[in-house]
Design a protein around this ligand. Sequence first.
Ligand SMILES: N[C@@H](Cc1ccc(O)cc1)C(=O)O
Length: 513
Amino acid sequence: MTTHQPDPIVFGERPLSIEQVVALANRSAPPRLQSDAAYREKIAKGARFLDSLLDKEGVIYGVTTGYGDSCVVAVPLHQVEALPRHLYTFHGCGLGQLLDEASTRAVLAARLQSLCQGVSGVRVELLERLQAFLEYDVLPLIPEEGSVGASGDLTPLSYVAATLSGEREVMFKGERRSAADVHKELGWTPLTLRPKEALALMNGTAVMTALACQAYARADYLLRLATRITALNVVALEGNPEHFDERLFAAKPHPGQTQVAAWLRQDLAIDAPTAPLHRLQDRYSLRCAPHVLGVLADSLGLLRQFIETELNSANDNPLIDAEAERVLHGGHFYGGHIAFAMDSLKNLVGNVADLLDRQLALLVDTRYNHGLPSNLSGAPSVNAMINHGFKAVQIGASAWTAEALKNTLPASVFSRSTECHNQDKVSMGTIAARDALRSLELTEQVAAATLLAANQGVWLRQRDGKVHIPAPVAAMRETLAADFPPVIEDRALEAELRLCLVRIREQHWSLYA
Ligand SMILES: N[C@@H](Cc1ccc(O)cc1)C(=O)O
């Protein structure tokens, strides 16, 4: 019997997608390097051109000069070889948590794809070793704090440059090991980085771009999940499905918003106008759900464009154009697009947390939930007075929502002049991307709480037997039933919330595929 091997993801001239980076991060597809002779020659030519400039003793920023503000300091030829080691060494000052393994793989992937554009003046051997790090899962330990995101992610990426050189530490086969030992075990000679190579590795946006790819994929799933949860809640609250009418949305046709309304119609199995059971007009967290979720849906296209353009770009400095025999000095390490994308995503995701939190507030409250029991408790009436059902889960969701909303403060507006005023305007994109991931984590928690409550609400309606449950909603409840049984007597729901989070993170339910 042959097992199906996923196709390798090829680094090279062809652009990569966000989903391919996420697949590499999760090790669900193997990495390859474009290997045709013409491509290898194109890469090699850049490195040769740099060497020829060195022979002519030309002034090349970061090769025969100091770094950043120190670009006016000339480095004599006999010291040029030592300079790369100094660069990653003095940047070895990252703090905070270590990036997790998936994020670290995404960082390696983003840096490799950038260098594969062929204008960074690095050797083929460097690309091959980066690819080998990914293939053999040799993961530099990278502290996540210390980048202003505009001389690229210099400090976190110094851990990539150092470990390629056999210094500092890596995670290998589940253990924290010295990079030198792991090189020995694999029979590899650590790289001695050539004059421009440490700069090419470090002077770019790979950390923020990697985190942005992961954040995008999570937000994309969250959009669908929040739509499904809304559908369950319309049923649980006996809301008015007419709010999602096709003609209504044709009159204000933002495409993403229209899509969310169509998904809701599909879930609620609406093919003809239906009379409202309770209110003519539901509260906004139901009635305006397509308008809230639609902003996220409509923004994803732009965010994807920003993230994928950055991912497939040469984002270091200087760039080496071997064809035209020119060294191009610029500021492509500036992560402004990722900063904006991630600051925006925090805002979009925070609104999703708020929407779901409001729906949950309606569900637990007998003043608004159209006949469901207080706090959704399924307890029989003799025990009702001591049972509190989802009360604490709803309080938790309020806390997670508040924290997600607090996190919407943009990072990019906190630019500050640094590095002796050479980097006097910076992106803070890496902070924005880390914040976006935290916002997603909190919002997924709100989604888990709301999903369990919505599931309970639909079960209570089923138990009641008075209303028709649309088939797609009943099917979702069925799918949830095995992992999340009804709450009859009070029970501690932490384990179920955590399981639900695992399901969300693994994108367990295929939604509107
Ligand atoms: N990003 C700077 C390079 C730099 C490198 C290291 C530093 O510590 C500072 C600046 C440039 O290309 O202009």
